[in-house]
Design a protein around this ligand. Structure first.
Ligand code: FES
Ligand code: FES
Length: 500
């Protein structure tokens, strides 16, 4: 009932705000704002477009922040420049002892990558703490930095490792330490026409150990405070130290005074307590909706203390043997070679393979995949809940990866394979064993969240074939159930996992 009321009120708001969109009067899935959609085929073309359209253009990568900002009408770009198919922006590679991570590399990839986990565990831990599973799959490293949020999860870890942002623009390529990349809340050093193309990390020092700690209101929320701690151990002394905090200043903040307390000292309770105290005085937190300045200072002290102990223990561990260095990023064969420009007032034909069937549908640039599935293909399994990436009721698979269809532009997935909950059952109508398990364990009440739960659980079992209960809870943390049937849902997923 609450959802019906919300949907109704949303439609009314749209009516009040946007007279001309008569055909979408009652459609709550569409972006209100209209824009030209541009899909360049190279980095050079992307830079040309960004330089041509200046502040009227925005870069679209994962869409988990930009589309939300547009839906909430905080941003209204006239041009969306999608880098989804631009070659050379994705993947992890090792060059001259540096690890290069393409800006479009997903947060989930970084969380799971064996090289990153072994060489840069603080970054892998930061990515594991990042939002929901769906947002980890869709969200990119470049997007997380480009937003220039003081609460960015990846920035403290990258700063601790001394990473550099690789920026390409009309005047060529430049490198900026990630520590200097942030200028203020929502502002970075990127000039008009510039694109963040990669991040490069130097080899970690021998004897290094680190930890990432974060406290939020709930598991998938932005940080109240986050901390990346890196220590280099020489015997019982601290040879080097990095303490970097998120969400406690206008930009991610390196606590240099606290680091100075540590370097050269023998590790012990006294020096750790003093460094944590200095760090809590060095940060500049504010009161906001997530926390108070006073509480954030206390958290800095506690996270610094705990992080230093954890980092010290790990610095004593044997680091090797390291996994093989990652292979070169995937080949670009088959990717588009020409700029695609769809005007705001234009409709184009999009070809999708949905649940194994080829479908063609005409869409405008601002139509979302959820809209297309529900309103044009009459596949109503994926549900509209929040519309801003917070409930996961709209979860589907796009080319085998989880996607929140309320944040995906239909034009951006042209040519993709889509799997919705309707595609789980066999052609003979026999339910998927996961669906059977949900019935067996009575894992639903109203059923509104169930399609999203099933699609997410299917993805979990592909990624982690033998999950623990903790794995299930963590993987499904972004799927909200208003009926609060979580215990039965976890039992149903575990029940099916045990069968297979
Ligand atoms: S409707 Fe897509 S995440 Fe809530
Ligand atoms: S929302 Fe009703 S069963 Fe989850």
């Amino acid at each position: 009932m609450i959802l019906l009321i919300l949907r109704f009120s949303d439609s009314v708001i749209l009516r009040l705000k946007r007279e001309p969109a008569m055909e979408y009067m009652t459609n709550t899935h569409i972006l209100v704002h209209e824009f030209d959609y541009l899909e360049p085929a190279s980095v050079e073309e992307t830079i040309g477009l960004l330089a041509q359209y200046g502040p009227e253009a925005r870069v679209l990568a994962g869409g988990t922040d930009l589309i939300v900002q547009m839906k909430m009408e905080r941003l209204a770009p006239r041009y969306l420049v999608s880098i989804g198919r631009v070659p050379g922006l994705e993947g992890i590679s090792v060059q001259d002892g540096h690890t290069r991570i393409g800006a479009r590399t997903s947060i989930r990839t970084l969380r799971n990558d064996p090289w990153v986990r072994a060489r840069y565990p603080v970054l892998a831990e930061a990515c594991a703490s990042f939002s929901t599973t769906q947002v980890q799959v869709m969200g990119t490293l470049g997007g997380n930095l480009g937003n220039a949020s003081p609460a960015s999860d990846t920035a403290p870890a990258l700063i601790a490792y001394g990473a550099e942002a690789v920026i390409q623009g009309p005047k060529g390529t430049r490198r900026v330490p990630v520590e200097e990349f942030f200028v203020g809340p929502g502002r970075s050093v990127l000039e008009p026409g510039e694109l963040l193309v990669a991040v490069e990390l130097p080899s970690p020092q021998a004897g290094a150990g680190g930890a990432f700690l974060k406290v939020g209101r709930v598991a998938a929320d932005l940080a109240k405070v986050s901390a990346a701690v890196l220590l280099v151990r020489e015997g019982d002394r601290i040879a080097d130290a990095r303490l970097v905090f998120g969400a406690v200043a206008p930009t991610p903040l390196r606590a240099r005074q606290a680091e100075a307390v540590l370097v050269g000292q023998r590790f012990g309770e006294e020096v750790v307590t003093e460094a944590a105290r200095v760090a809590s005085e060095e940060v500049r937190p504010i009161d906001d909706v997530r926390s108070t300045a006073w509480y954030r200072r206390e958290l800095v002290r506690v996270l610094a203390y705990d992080g230093l102990y954890r980092a010290w223990e790990r610095a004593g561990e044997s680091a090797g043997p390291f996994p093989a260095a990652p292979a070169a990023p995937p080949s670009v064969a088959g990717l588009p070679r020409a700029l695609r420009h769809i005007r705001a007032d234009q409709e184009v034909e999009v070809r999708l393979t949905v649940n194994g069937e080829r479908r063609r549908v005409w869409v405008a640039p601002n139509e979302l995949l959820l809209n297309v599935l529900r309103e044009k293909l009459y596949l109503t399994g994926a549900k509209y809940g929040c519309g801003i990436g917070e409930c996961s009721a709209c979860t589907v698979h796009v080319d085998g990866r989880l996607a929140l269809s309320c944040l995906v532009l239909a034009v951006a997935v042209d040519g993709s394979e889509i799997l919705t909950v309707e595609g789980l059952a066999g052609r003979d109508g026999k339910l998927h064993p996961l669906q059977e398990s949900f019935i067996r364990y009575a894992a639903f009440q109203c059923g509104y969240c169930t399609p999203g739960m099933l699609m997410t659980a299917k993805s979990l079992l592909e990624e982690v074939p033998h999950p623990t209960e903790e794995d299930v809870r963590d993987y499904l943390k972004g799927n909200l159930c208003r009926c609060t049937g979580y215990a039965a849902i976890v039992r149903a997923v575990m029940g099916y996992a045990k069968q297979i």
